[in-house]
Write a protein that binds this ligand. Structure first.
Ligand SMILES: *[C@@H]1O[C@H](CO)[C@@H](O)[C@H](O)[C@H]1NC(C)=O
Ligand SMILES: *[C@@H]1O[C@H](CO)[C@@H](O)[C@H](O)[C@H]1NC(C)=O
Length: 538
């Protein structure tokens, strides 16, 4: 852009921001709060633990962060590209009660790696760059007073180096690791005898700017995987390594790294036979190759019933074009689309025009009426930023670092602030219908029936839903392993005290509907979720 158009575009975005500040902020739903002014690191990968702490993870080979490791815990790595003796933390644990931060220590490079919680609550973390390429790491999470930390496994490594892969927990509690740059294969943790298995679909989906990285992987309730890369999608039987269904292509341009929008599987419910996948936004093809930061992102969403015969994509436009948006499954089944930019592509210094307005996607509204523009934030969250549902129904926003190193004097600086966005359902006007969970079992077995006891101030007039939300591994605008399962419930019946209700629930039937592990269980009354309790499902 020449000087005049730069000025014009700056004036224009200032005008837009001013417009929002003066007219829209108070009117649009949702509120923002700053949780941590300086987390010390910019989180590229974020996961919420069952101890109500959050693991935030960046990478090594990046030089100083703004958080020191404890005395005596510096890391020495003769191969580190920037700091051989590195006394800075590149991962931290955040306490959701106090917003305290404790440094964690990773040894190898987790840049563009992947992860997933195992059935016992351990966070598995795989791959990355350089010395992290084939690495497997774990953290057994803890509360903020615990001493948990990253453990790098030395007795086992990935069969292939994985950079930009996606992980998904499977019904038997193992994890599949799909793709990665130069790895058009899948492999498993725990490792299977055949190591990495060729997955030609990923190669077919590749183009001259890749566009097949961080594939969108969703475990369907029929036990197969929905895998989407670039514009293509298949139903994949990983047990036999065969493609069962080739879905139609999704129009509107590439959708995965370096052109990523985001994707969710909508809430599973009823008899769990149907699963709908939604994919929103992305970059124009060529924006990445040309390093064009001002090519408008595309704003279309495609939705498909992945489990039905001859399914087709139904598309719909978002109010904004968006690259690097995060799609977060809210406890009531709505989808929050947040973070990202309106132009450019993924990668260092590749985007501009941050999209500060979150958008709510309400899947049950009629086509054309599904989007609602929400109250804009003030912090651009561009490349390497994350969004995660919290157990209290808020959404945690962290990171943004579109630079190779920590850079603070840039148009889009390395972002160390952590914020929370509260959807409208947490507004004061909803307090008297917000349920509180009084009793719920700590563990439930597949198919078992159990009771949840809730209290609600105003009399309950509708079904109170009981919904399980997984804790995904959020990175690069896709939350690996994200799912929401609505349980079959009875009507809420009064249970003793005033405002006390009992809801009879049936646990998910099997690990295809809900892979074993810890879930946040939310009671949801007229769209308003309780604070979640953690329940182990197996
Ligand atoms: C969970 O399982 C993993 C993999 O088997 C194991 O390494 C880890 O120690 C286990 N964690 C706990 C807390 O038992
Ligand atoms: C951590 O320790 C502090 C100080 O002893 C205590 O007040 C707090 O409740 C503890 N937090 C948890 C989650 O146990």
């Amino acid at each position: 852009m020449d000087q005049t158009s730069v000025l014009a575009s700056q004036l224009c975005s200032c005008f837009i921001i001013l417009f929002h500040l003066t007219h829209s902020r108070a009117d649009l739903p949702g509120t923002w709060e700053l949780l941590v002014a300086d987390a010390g690191i910019a989180s590229m990968h974020t996961a919420v633990t069952r101890f109500n702490t959050v693991v935030l993870l960046d990478r090594t080979n990046i030089g100083p962060s703004r958080k020191l490791l404890p005395k005596g815990h510096c890391r020495f790595d003769k191969n580190d590209a920037v700091l051989k003796l590195d006394c800075y933390a590149h991962s931290v644990l955040l306490d959701l009660h106090t917003n305290q931060i404790r440094p964690l220590k990773i040894l190898t490079d987790t840049w563009c790696s992947s992860g997933q919680f195992l059935p016992n609550g351990t966070l598995l973390q795989t791959g990355g760059d350089l010395d992290g390429f084939k690495k497997i790491r774990k953290i057994d999470p803890c509360d903020i007073n615990g001493s948990c930390d990253w453990v790098e496994l030395n007795d086992v490594e990935l069969t292939e180096g994985r950079w930009y892969a996606s992980n998904q927990i499977l019904p038997d509690g193992s994890v599949i690791i799909v793709g990665g740059r130069g790895s058009n294969t899948v492999e498993f943790y725990p490792k299977r005898i055949n190591g990495a298995v060729s997955f030609p679909f990923l190669l077919e989906a590749e183009d001259t700017q890749m566009d097949n990285l961080y594939p969108y992987v969703h475990l369907l309730p029929n036990g197969h995987l929905f895998v989407f890369a670039n514009t293509k999608a298949v139903m994949y039987d990983y047990t036999k390594n065969i493609v069962l269904t080739v879905y139609p292509q999704l129009d509107g341009g590439p959708r995965n790294y370096p052109s990523a929008g985001s994707s969710v599987m909508l809430a599973l419910q009823g008899d769990y036979s149907n699963a709908e996948i939604v994919i929103c936004g992305g970059a124009q093809y060529g924006a990445f190759l040309e390093r064009s930061t001002d090519t408008p992102a595309h704003g279309s969403c495609g939705r498909i019933s992945a489990t039905q015969t001859d399914p087709v994509w139904v598309t719909e436009d978002m109010p904004y074009g968006r690259i690097m948006g995060d799609m977060v499954m809210l406890p009531n089944g709505d989808v929050l689309i947040i973070n990202g930019a309106m132009s450019g592509s993924q990668g260092f210094d590749m985007a501009s025009n941050p999209c500060l307005n979150p958008v709510l996607y309400r899947p049950n509204e009629p086509l054309g009426l599904r989007f609602m523009v929400l109250n804009p934030g003030t912090v651009p969250r561009m490349y390497h930023s994350t969004a995660n549902l919290l157990p209290d129904g808020r959404v945690l926003l962290a990171g943004s670092n579109p630079h190779v190193f920590y850079t603070f004097d840039a148009e889009f600086p390395t972002e160390l602030r952590i914020e929370a966005f509260s959807p409208e359902y947490l507004g004061p006007d909803k307090a008297n219908i917000r349920p509180e969970i009084l009793e719920v079992p700590e563990t439930v077995l597949f198919g078992a029936t159990f009771n949840v006891i809730v209290s609600v101030e105003l009399p309950v007039v509708e079904i109170v839903e009981v919904n399980l939300a997984s804790a995904p591994f959020a990175t690069h605008s896709f939350s690996q392993g994200q799912r929401l399962v609505k349980l079959a419930v009875t009507s809420a019946v009064p249970d003793g005290g005033v405002g006390r209700y009992r809801i009879g629930c049936t646990a998910p039937p099997n690990g295809m509907v809900a892979p074993p592990g810890y879930y946040m269980v939310f009671a949801v009354n007229q769209g308003v979720p309780s604070v979640a309790r953690w329940v182990h499902v197996s």
